[in-house]
Design a protein around this ligand. Structure first.
Ligand code: NDP
Length: 249
């Protein structure tokens, strides 16, 4: 069953990791897919990474003019939009006491203001016709985690923006957030040593890191009409990582 036939979907940060997996899954489900990403080298290879991708939009989600230009291209090519996946994100760890203001602002700008800019332009095009917004937040926006204050705050902001937009835009537009736990992607490989990744996997009740395709499967469900009663929610997919909470566990 091609659940996303007739759907036009944009995926930000779709040149790598979770975003590329979502873009691939959406193509497989029959959607017309546009990838927006700032990574020019990765975008040069987008046809290999996301075979069947319809539109490659090189743009930084933090730059309003670039985002506007990308959406204008989308208007020319598609004349509308049905699904927007706000996935582009960065992680900059650092002990709070020494965190440079520039790092704090950079993370909030990409992870939160980037979602504001793209979601706003997307919903303007969905008004009057309906649509779906999916924000990739994180379990880090739901529980505390040392040394990730900017990241955690940005993702908590994405969750709250999701709830607020869902109420503001219902019943026309559905807005949901996905909160992945550890997923093995270039972002994680850049940040953690293989030993640290193995340690993370050991602590996850299901005993491993997530796969980008598993997050993509949830995104495909939320984008589809099968999820037409779901809005304003955060869908956690973390191998059980946040199920507990006891210090003794
Ligand atoms: P990756 O770094 O593998 O992919 C992210 C992509 O987004 C990259 O191509 C990156 O380009 C691009 N990007 C970053 N900033 C911008 C920007 N300003 N404008 C446009 N594109 C941008 O990350 P993941 O696939 O791991 O993460 C995807 C999302 O999932 C993020 O929001 C992340 O926070 C979230 N997430 C990831 C988890 C994980 O364990 N991997 C867990 C929970 C949430 P560039 O290479 O130039 O930075």
């Amino acid at each position: 069953m091609k659940r996303l036939a007739e759907h036009r979907a944009i995926v930000t940060g779709g040149a790598s990791g979770i975003g590329a997996a979502i873009a691939r899954r959406f193509v497989a489900e029959g959607a017309r897919v546009a990838v927006m990403d700032r990574d020019k080298e990765a975008m040069a290879l987008i046809d290999d990474r996301v075979p069947g991708v319809d539109l490659a939009l090189v743009a930084d989600v933090t730059e309003p003019a670039a985002v506007d230009e990308a959406f204008e291209e989308l208007d020319r090519r598609w004349g509308g939009l049905d699904v927007a996946v706000n996935n582009a994100g960065i992680s900059v760890p650092g002990a709070f006491a020494d965190l440079p203001l520039a790092d704090w602002e950079r993370v909030l700008r990409v992870n939160l203001t980037g979602v504001f800019l793209v979601a706003q332009r997307a919903v303007r095009r969905m008004r009057g016709r309906g649509g779906v917004v999916i924000n990739i937040a994180s379990v880090s926006g739901m529980v505390g985690m040392p040394n990730y204050s900017a990241y955690n705050v940005s993702k908590a902001g994405v969750i709250e923006l999701t709830r607020t937009l869902a109420l503001e835009l219902a019943p026309e537009i559905r807005v949901n957030a996905i909160c992945p736990g550890y997923v093995l992607t270039p972002m994680q490989e850049a940040e953690y040593s293989p030993a640290a990744l193995a340690e993370c996997a050991r602590k996850v009740p299901l005993g491993r890191l997530g796969r980008p395709a598993e997050i993509a499967a949830l995104a495909a469900y939320l984008a589809s009409d099968e999820a037409e009663f779901a809005t304003g929610q955060t869908f956690v997919i973390d191998g059980g990582e946040t199920a507990g909470g006891l210090a003794s566990a």
